[in-house]
Design a protein around this ligand. Sequence first.
Ligand code: SF4
Length: 79
Amino acid sequence: MNTNWMEKSACIDISPDVFFPSDGVGVIVAKSICDNCLVSESCLEYALQNQIDHGVWGGCSERQRRKILKVKRIEDLVN
Ligand code: SF4
């Protein structure tokens, strides 16, 4: 998958640790940065395609991504 979008990310100069929070407050902080990111859709798609389990990607927490993948699997079964 093309990763050129990473060069335009809002987090390019932010420590990756911010996006691997240990609590809910940290998740909120990370997601607030993602809210202003121009490449959040590409970031989320990258995390989903690569089944990245940890961290905040594309403005979505681990739990949110698991739900998205679950829905996609169900849709694939139905279609
Ligand atoms: S959506 Fe969030 S984690 Fe993804 S590139 Fe943008 S700021 Fe970084």
